[in-house]
Design a protein around this ligand. Sequence first.
Ligand code: URA
Length: 217
Amino acid sequence: MIPIDPSAMPQVHLVSHPLVQHKLTLMRKKDASTNSFRRLLGELSSLMAYEVFRDMATQDVVIETPLETMTAQMIDGKKLVFVSILRAGNGILDGVLSVVPGARVGHIGLYRDPKTLQPVEYYFKMPKNMEERDVVVVDPMLATGNSAVAAVTRLKQLNPKSIKFLCLLTCPEGINAMHRAHPDVPIFTAAIDRELNDHGYILPGLGDAGDRIFGTQ
Ligand code: URA
């Protein structure tokens, strides 16, 4: 087990809300069905979105209530992009889109080269005008950090206004890797688990998130 680099901690937002923790516990259980795992992931993702967007910019708009005119606040959801790291990231999309339905969605596919063990991009599709947009990269598990780091490195080439990373679970190895490569990217997570095992799985964790979302175990 490696300790977390203390300088990484200001960039880590641990969402400790009891509802989030309760749902995460249900998801960790090995006998949770595919159906309930997917449903809980959706619910948890919407709850976590509230925390991710706590500092989101709003604009004043003038509206008519049934009684009078007032100035009220609105967000511009279209300026937001959720970027899903395939394939497990797709399990987070429905939940976050339920709270920001106007957001755009990008996808990035990476596989691990068996010789170099480095991530190789096989798919990359983003909305236009990324330099005007705030990006939230989503992937349920920040484990070794290799895919997350590669995804953020690639996205930075498009100069978005900001990048945040939303996961469900991480561990010291994942936080340190992300912080070393991208100290400017805040990480939102529901838990920081103990460690990675030799196969790159988080312990105690919840197993293979992609398999559990899609029932491919
Ligand atoms: N990816 C997963 O799905 N689970 C882990 O524990 C680590 C990476």
